[in-house]
Design a binder for this molecule. Structure first.
Ligand code: SAM
Length: 322
């Protein structure tokens, strides 16, 4: 992954461009002063600043127009923009949330990227699951610490990052990906986000249909063209009560998938929905929806695995009505 990337499409807070007053201190959020080294007020070794940037950290710089630039800190290196250069040495040791100034005196807000920022800027093989849907998957799919999660396809590894975070170090994630080139991208992205490839992540090159039934899991997430094709494998591996979450882009996929779940007779009644994210402009009395929103990306479908031999009451009622 390139250490320095621009993704101007991402909205971000505006930062003043004008030259700063001389007295401003490092560390003030949106402060306008050039970055100065943090100096201990008393004699003796300087106190380490909590959350200060270190060599190797990934830092997101936001320019006055809200454009993001991502750098990975290396001593002696400079980041060049058309508004002058920023020395990495000015960032190393500075607190997160500082404003650094380029040689042309433009202020850049420095923060570690959030997972949502990282996903939108990382290299892509396959289309990623957007943060609005990843949040729904973790929330409504009830993915939590200590759980064993099975996922396919890994694609670019965007959802894998969210799932690994949600299960924590006591849980595990097994991700299948059929394409080697995509698996490489996913491994690179997950490794870059966590600093190394997590030990509790098993990325398998191959088809989810080949997952061994004895490797039981608590949750399954399917983001693939034909999720209905792997339902026998999923039903065999998911423990009773476990949650299956499907992510499908089109209405025809939605219909085929939901009917396949019903036909299998091993699931609670599927619950399908989508989310649309509409940001709001709120400034003084000018409070209105933003002109642009994140609308349709895909449909989400959840269903829970029934115990062997159980028939969902909803299904019995349906049969009576038919
Ligand atoms: C849209 S991408 C997944 C993106 C991923 N969720 C992310 O957030 O980065 C779908 C992926 O599923 C893979 N795939 C499709 N069918 C599969 C299967 N049966 N087993 C494993 N991978 C599969 C494809 O190769 C593709 O990379």
């Amino acid at each position: 992954m390139s250490a320095e990337q621009e993704h101007p499409q991402d909205a971000a807070p505006q930062i003043p461009v004008e030259a700063p007053p001389a007295a401003s201190a490092v560390g003030e959020v949106l402060a306008e002063a050039p970055l100065e080294p943090v100096v201990a007020e008393t004699a003796g070794p300087a106190e380490p600043v909590e959350g200060a940037f270190e060599v190797g950290d990934r830092v997101q710089l936001t320019d006055p127009k809200g454009r993001h630039h991502t750098v990975v800190l290396e001593p002696g290196k400079q980041f060049h923009t058309h508004r002058g250069a920023i020395s990495h040495d000015d960032l190393i040791g500075a607190p997160e949330g500082s404003v650094v100034h380029s040689t042309a005196n433009t202020g850049y807000l420095a923060l570690r990227p959030l997972l949502a920022d990282f996903v939108l800027s990382m290299p892509r093989g396959a289309q990623v699951i957007y943060p609005k849907d990843a949040a729904q998957i973790v929330g409504f799919g009830d993915v939590g610490p200590g759980m064993r999660v099975l996922e396919a396809g890994a694609g670019s590894g965007a959802l894998s990052c969210s799932l690994l975070r949600a299960v924590g170090s006591t849980g595990s994630l097994t991700s299948y990906e059929r394409r080697e080139d995509f698996a490489d991208v996913a491994r690179g992205n997950v490794g870059a986000f966590f600093g190394e490839v997590p030990a509790n992540w098993s990325l398998r090159l191959g088809d989810l249909a080949d997952h061994p039934a004895e490797e039981t899991v608590d949750r399954v997430v399917l983001d693939m063209l034909e999720p209905w094709a792997v339902l026998p494998t999923v039903a065999a591996a998911l423990r009773p009560g476990g949650v299956l979450i499907g992510y499908v882009a089109t209405t025809t996929q939605l219909s085929t998938y939901v009917e396949a779940l019903r036909a299998q007779g091993l699931w609670t009644e599927p619950y399908a929905w989508e989310t649309m994210l509409r940001p709001w402009h709120a400034e003084g009395l000018a409070v209105r929806p933003e002109h642009r929103m994140v609308a349709h990306t895909a449909f989400l479908v959840t269903a829970r695995r029934l115990a062997e031999g159980a028939v969902a009451p909803m299904r019995q009622r349906r049969k009576k009505l038919a």
